[in-house]
Structure formats: structure tokens, C-alpha cells
Design a protein around this ligand. Structure first.
Ligand code: UD1
Ligand code: UDP
Length: 375
């Protein structure tokens, strides 16, 4: 990597969706602490207030320097428009390193634009594999890893996957930046969020559900079976389910004319503090989200994953997560097994200093005083 004339590498961070905003937040703040020149590019993949702006406000992030406002489109059109827009910005601003985080179309476009512009690319959360090529995210992960110069693997397991694929970039195990974010915000969530009162639910007396993956909600039968399994378990155990619903899932419910069972209460997507509070307080979380599998493991809430594969197997290895698939009987069985599970597992995603470690590897800016880094 070549440094700019004042010796400090210029960083471009590219993001576009809810989980990227949350997981890039520690990197953006670490750049700020170190006085690094950081260009923030938003692709506009997510644009609804409650998937986007609410996180910039709550996490006190700067307004992106550019928003490409690409919006919702087919995979090819969405990725193509991002690629063109990002390439133009990289050409105009000539950063020394492009950082992307995760596995969305925004990540793929950012990594390709950086690689095609001969700029070093760093992939944060590298090496995750579900080994299910039906998932659009799996293609994004594999391609991004193979064009990246720096692979910031969250765990030893993900490092091994990358070594097995002989990726050409430098692999460093850093932990996951979601730990940095949770350590910074979980106490604040407990202190500030009034969501339990607002929803009239009691600690340990409700379940939390999130489901938005294309392979689950885009098919009527899959979505129906998922809802049936979760609602049947709720009825059997006499607890309610709270489901902050992603707009993709809501639009599929509307399109399919699918009724949500009475045990499941759908609500609008929540901001980060309210969501963290619910995740911590729930007796059990049902999810198909990647980030939620990690967060429940870190927060000590047992999790049932409504998928047949996971790119976060570490959560299952430590006993925090169980893969149930979509069969209603299997969902009930997994719920029964995980409910009341003692959260004495080790957190496999690092110590909350992933962002600092990543900037250390890139030799970006001066290392801050330990007191400045949230723990
Ligand atoms: C995307 C990512 C997925 C990630 C998820 C995080 C890809 C291929 N998928 O899925 O990996 O888990 O973000 O939440 O990159 N919509 C809105 N408002 C928005 C954004 C989307 O209403 O701000 C609706 C639109 O109807 C859109 C649909 O959601 O068609 C899907 O949006 P899209 O960004 O294509 O994929 P996600 O399902 O959000
Ligand atoms: N999240 C949130 N409000 C919600 C649902 C999720 O703040 O109503 C947060 C959650 O804490 C996690 C992230 O969104 O950090 C997960 O995003 P999502 O499930 O959309 O994407 P994935 O992780 O599956 O890519």
C-alpha cells in the first residue's frame, strides 16, 4: 500500500445496508480517533429511514460524503450501478485503501470497484462460508475474498476457509467489529431503551423473531412454514413472539396474502438500542439473520436459526445457536432444546478491539490512547 504525501493512508469506507452501518461504525469512529482522512460512500441500497438514517443518528456517525442512491433493483442492475458510481468516486478521490464489510451487493460492488481501480481492498468479516451457492450473499463473499488484498477474518475458523481456498491476500484474524459495537452500546441500551414497556412485554417472557432472507421469505410455502413453526412453539409454551419486520418480508406477506398467526406480533423495524434491549431480554430468539446469530451469542440469549446452513458455525459450536431449518416440527424441537439454556458459552468473535486491530494492520493513523477506545 502506498501512503499519501503526508504519510497517512487515505481510507474509503463503502457501505449500503443496515448491518454494514452497524458493523462499520467502529471503523468509522476509529478512523476519527486517529485523525485519518476517511471518505464515506453510501451506495443507497438501504434508504428507508428505519433501515438507514436512524442508525447514523443513534450511532452518531457522520453523514456520508456521497450517497449513490441506487435503491432497490435486480441484483445485476443494483450491483452494476453501484460499481459505476463507486469507480467514479475512487478515481476522483484516489484513496489508498477501500474497506468493505460483510456480504451484500454493496460489498461486492465496492470490492470490485477498488480492485479494478488498482486500489488495495480490505474485506472486513472475510472468510465466512455457508457453502450454499443458492444464497446471493455466498457469491458476494467468495468473490470479495478473492479480489481483496487484506482479509480481516473474525475467527480462526474463517481464516482456515480462506487458506483452503488459497486466497491471494493477507489474512489476519481480528475478531468481528460487531463485538466492538455491542460493547459500546449494550449498557446504553439497558439504560436508555424503554422498548419493553412500550411493547408491554416482560423480561424472559417473550420470543423475538427476525426473518428476511430471500430464500425464506420470497417463497410463500417457506415463509408459511417458518411462521407456523415459530407460532406453534409460542402457543405450546404460552409466550408471545415479537417480530420487527424487514420491508422485504412485509412486502412478501402482502404479495402472498399470507396471514401472520396470532401468536406473532409484527412491528416496524427497530432502532439499534431498542433491538439490542429486546435481544437481551427475550427468552429465545428465532432468526435467519447473520448479525443476529452473532449478537445473541455475545449477549447470552439462546438462538434458533431458521435456515439449513450457517456461515457462523462458531455460534453452534459453543452451544449458543441451533440450526432448525424450516420444518415446523424441527423448529418446535429446536426451540424446546434451546429454551432456558444456560448462557455459559465463550464468545468466539473477539474482544471488542477488531476495528483498532484492522487499522493497526493497515498502519492507518496514530494508535490512540487506550482510554479513548470504548471497552
Ligand atoms: C440485503 C442483503 C442481505 C442483508 C440485508 C440486510 C443483498 C443481496 N442482500 O437484503 O444480505 O442481510 O440487506 O438487511 O445484498 N426495501 C425497502 N427499503 C429499503 C431497502 C429495501 O423497503 O431501504 C425493500 C424493497 O422492497 C426491496 C427489498 O426490501 O426490494 C429488498 O431489498 P434489498 O436491498 O434488495 O435486499 P435485502 O432483503 O434488504
Ligand atoms: N437490527 C436492528 N433493528 C431491527 C432488526 C435488526 O437494529 O429491527 C440490527 C441487529 O441488531 C443487527 C443487524 O440489524 O445488528 C442485522 O441486520 P439484518 O438482519 O438486516 O442483516 P444480516 O445481518 O442478516 O445481514
Amino acid at each position: 500500500m502506498t501512503a499519501t504525501s503526508d504519510g497517512t493512508p487515505k481510507v474509503a469506507i463503502i457501505l449500503g445496508t443496515r448491518p454494514e452501518i452497524i458493523k462499520c461504525a467502529p471503523l468509522i469512529k476509529a478512523c476519527d480517533r486517529r485523525g485519518v482522512d476517511c471518505l464515506l460512500i453510501h451506495t443507497g441500497q438501504h434508504y428507508s429511514e428505519d433501515l438507514d438514517q436512524v442508525f447514523f443518528d443513534q450511532l452518531e456517525l457522520p453523514t456520508p460524503d456521497y450517497n449513490l442512491e441506487v435503491g432497490s433493483r435486480s441484483h445485476g442492475e443494483q450491483t452494476g450501478r453501484m460499481l459505476e458510481g463507486i469507480e467514479n468516486l475512487l478515481e476522483a478521490h484516489t484513496p489508498d485503501i477501500v474497506l468493505v464489510q460483510g456480504d451484500t451487493n454493496s460489498v461486492l460492488a465496492g470490492a470490485l470497484a477498488g480492485a479494478k481501480s488498482n486500489i488495495d481492498v480490505g474485506h472486513v468479516e472475510a472468510g465466512l462460508r455457508s457453502f450454499d451457492r443458492e444464497m446471493p450473499e455466498e457469491t458476494n463473499r467468495v468473490v470479495t475474498d478473492h479480489v481483496s488484498d487484506y482479509l480481516f477474518a473474525p475467527t480462526e475458523e474463517t481464516k482456515r476457509y480462506l487458506e483452503r481456498e488459497s486466497v491471494p491476500g493477507e489474512i489476519v484474524v481480528t475478531g468481528n467489529t460487531i463485538v466492538d459495537s455491542l460493547y459500546e452500546y449494550r449498557d446504553l441500551a439497558a439504560e436508555k431503551s424503554d422498548v419493553l414497556n412500550e411493547l408491554n412485554v416482560a423480561e424472559d417472557d417473550f420470543y423475538l423473531l427476525t426473518a428476511h432472507r430471500a430464500e425464506n421469505v420470497d417463497t410463500r410455502d417457506s415463509f408459511d412454514r417458518l411462521l407456523e413453526g415459530v407460532s406453534r412453539f409460542a402457543a405450546q409454551t404460552d409466550r408471545e413472539v415479537v417480530y420487527p419486520i424487514h420491508p422485504r418480508a412485509q412486502s412478501r406477506l402482502d404479495e402472498f396474502g399470507l396471514a401472520v398467526p396470532e401468536e406473532i406480533r409484527t412491528i416496524e423495524p427497530l432502532d439499534f438500542l431498542d433491538f439490542l434491549r429486546l435481544e437481551s431480554a427475550a427468552a429465545l430468539v428465532f432468526t435467519d439473520s447473520g448479525g443476529v446469530q452473532e449478537e445473541t451469542c455475545i449477549l447470552g440469549t439462546p438462538c434458533v436459526t431458521l435456515r439449513y446452513s450457517t456461515e457462523r458455525p462458531e455460534t453452534a459450536y459453543v452451544g449458543a445457536n441451533c440450526l432448525a431449518g424450516l420444518d415446523p416440527d424441527d423448529i418446535v424441537e429446536a426451540g424446546t432444546m434451546m429454551l432456558g439454556k444456560c448462557a455459559d458459552w465463550d464468545v468466539p468473535f473477539g474482544d471488542g478491539r477488531a476495528a483498532e486491530r484492522i487499522l493497526d494492520v493497515l498502519a492507518v493513523g496514530a494508535e490512540p490512547d487506550a482510554a479513548e477506545v470504548p471497552t
